[in-house]
Design a protein around this ligand. Sequence first.
Ligand code: SF4
Length: 215
Amino acid sequence: MLSKAKTLWALEQMKLEFPNAQGALNWDTPFHLLMAVILSAQATDISVNKVAPALFDRFPDPASLASADLQEIESYIHSIGLYHNKAKHLKACAQQIIARFDGQVPQSHTDLESLPGVGRKTANVVLGDAFRIPGFAVDTHVARVSKRLQIVKKSASVQEVEQALTAKLPKGEWVIDHHTMILFGRYRCTARNPKCETCPLLSICAEGQRRVNTK
Ligand code: SF4
């Protein structure tokens, strides 16, 4: 597996290629970020950003969303995949935030993950971006890059990827490292046809070397 020192170096190289990385979702309040991240599951950030202005305008807070008709919520998000389920989750989530957390988005993993539609990744994104509480959200890009670079073994679960990254990278950098790895995975180490020949990490990446040598 890639050592701690080499993992740190790899992140430095990624940051040189993608400086000042940040999330692509548009939001203005922690509650709206939570809504946006729930909507972004198996959907693109661009598609969520398209529906966000009208959605956020109509539902500025948990109270307005908690009392809305499901059909009305769906009418704002029908262009997004799985919108039936997502509308249910959004409404139930708003209801629980009012009932259990005094109308405020909770600021702990346990409380956030107890909300409908909120998993570990969503909780990490909300804690990191809305509250600057360090967390390492593992999405498909972060997992793929970690496996190709052998930061973790190929069969690692999402939890194992998170554990390895948080053990090897400094806590204060987790939020920006997460965003950096997403951009690196989205534009350099892509799922199909990664751009290995010109990759700054080729010297430490067995997967990249194998791909280059078999071309
Ligand atoms: S060399 Fe290729 S596989 Fe390795 S990190 Fe770079 S793009 Fe990804």
